[in-house]
Ligand binder design. Structure first.
Ligand code: FES
Length: 131
């Protein structure tokens, strides 16, 4: 985590890492409601949001969003059974935290800003994918 990140303690055993995001409207981003925090109780990679460009990951007491867009040339990576990520375009591999294991990608998969709504729904801010 960098300095702009912090943990929002949720009053239960879970915490949601929150990255600051501007409330100023920006047409290049969208906020996606991925469902109730209660939908992410099991420690695993939730890959149903891959087509939207990210994964939701629950690990111990933390829930976070990780970009599914390869930092090499923009293909979508796939989660593997060991929770690492593979890009089939040119075989870059990333560990379970999105750190590059082998290239050609040189940059880690970034975490995306997340927030918890008042009704405990997880909101993810993503850059709109080009059509
Ligand atoms: S686009 Fe992923 S390795 Fe090239």
């Amino acid at each position: 985590m960098n300095r702009r990140q912090f943990l929002v303690v949720l009053g239960t055993s879970a915490a949601l890492p929150a990255l600051a995001w501007s409330e100023t409207p920006d047409d290049t981003y969208e906020v996606i409601d991925v469902g109730s925090l209660d939908d992410f109780e099991e420690d695993k990679v939730y890959d149903q949001f891959r087509d939207q460009g990210f994964f939701i990951i629950r690990r111990a007491d933390e829930v976070f969003a990780l970009s599914a867009i390869c930092t090499h040339k923009g293909c979508k990576v796939r989660s593997q059974t060991d929770q690492s990520f593979l890009c089939k375009c040119h075989q870059s591999r990333f560990d379970k935290d999105g750190r590059v294991l082998n290239g050609p990608a040189q940059i880690d998969l970034p975490r995306l800003p997340v927030k918890l709504s008042e009704s405990r729904y997880v909101l993810v801010r993503v850059k709109k994918l080009s059509q």
